[in-house]
Ligand binder design. Structure first.
Ligand SMILES: CC(C)(COP(=O)(O)OP(=O)(O)OC[C@H]1O[C@@H](n2cnc3c(N)ncnc32)[C@H](O)[C@@H]1OP(=O)(O)O)[C@@H](O)C(=O)NCCC(=O)NCCS
Length: 160
């Protein structure tokens, strides 16, 4: 059974462990790196939880994935989907769909009209996953911050 729940303010160590796991597992998928975040202290993890919602996915009680969302003042109608990750053994189970669904429900309830994300060139599985959920490419591109030799494209989903 798949369950998704929001990270509570005091759960900074749980968040740290799963995020570092994700960065080690899929280094080319994210804007940040394990080397950078392994140096974060408790205050930085707590600040991250305070900065926007984070959700964790469990399959049969085992923690297998995460996602986060946040908004910015310069794009008030947009919420950004970030840090999407599901452990290899739980891919294809629906855990990722449940996580993204929870994030998009939060975005809609928070008044957003659009959910935005960045996907790295060559991350075909993630791109296909996002397309299935209704995200489309925007042709807005930038270098992947963690590896500027690789590009990434912004994708968006309009909420109903
Ligand atoms: C991205 C991620 C969260 C998606 O979760 P998932 O459980 O793998 O997703 P799903 O299996 O539900 O969907 C993947 C889709 O890609 C397809 N797919 C699988 N391998 C593929 C490949 N090599 N190329 C293209 N499509 C592929 C699957 O068939 C499926 O499409 P379908 O539903 O039309 O059949 C997960 O793969 C992951 O954590 N990857 C590593 C971290 C990452 O890339 N995060 C995203 C950062 S933007």
């Amino acid at each position: 059974m798949i369950k998704v729940r929001r990270v509570a303010p005091g759960e900074w160590a749980v968040l740290r462990d799963v995020r570092l796991r994700a960065l080690l597992d899929a280094p080319s998928a994210f804007a940040s790196t394990h080397a950078r975040e392994v140096a974060f202290g408790e205050d930085e993890w707590r600040a991250r939880i305070a900065g926007g919602p984070w959700w964790l996915a469990y399959v049969d009680g085992v923690l297998v994935g995460m996602v986060a969302g946040y908004g910015t003042d310069d794009e008030p109608g947009v919420r950004h989907l970030v840090s999407m990750w599901v452990a290899a053994e739980a891919r294809g189970t629906g855990a990722a769909t449940a996580l993204a669904g929870e994030m998009c429900r939060w975005a809609a309830a928070d008044g957003a009209r659009t959910v935005s994300l960045w996907v790295a060139d060559g991350n075909d599985r993630a791109r296909r996953f996002y397309e299935r959920l209704g995200f489309t490419g925007t042709d807005e591109r930038q270098p992947l911050p963690s590896d500027p030799g690789t590009g990434e494209e912004r994708m968006e989903r309009v909420l109903r």
